[in-house]
Design a protein around this ligand. Structure first.
Ligand SMILES: [Zn+2]
Length: 77
């Protein structure tokens, strides 16, 4: 039986749809059916991932330049 810490360690793969064996996927599904803590964790992880692309889209030129400056990448190349 999968433990909560095992599920949390693989939760990002589950949410991303990353390849995993049928056995792993089934073990995670079974755990999620029985454990509301992990269900909530996965739900929050999914919600968090949905917000990320929008933040990237909102990156304006000034913010992009700030990031480039921090990475020490010259502007004109
Ligand atoms: Zn759990």
């Amino acid at each position: 039986m999968l433990k909560c810490k095992d599920l949390v360690a693989k939760a990002d793969a589950l949410v991303d749809g990353a390849p995993m064996t049928m056995r792993e996927r089934l073990a995670m599904r079974m755990h999620l059916l029985m454990c509301h803590h992990c269900r909530r964790y996965v739900r929050q992880l999914r919600a968090l991932l949905r917000t990320l692309p929008r933040e990237t889209d909102a990156l304006d030129d000034a913010r992009t330049q700030e990031v480039l400056d921090r990475l020490n990448i010259p502007q004109d190349r």
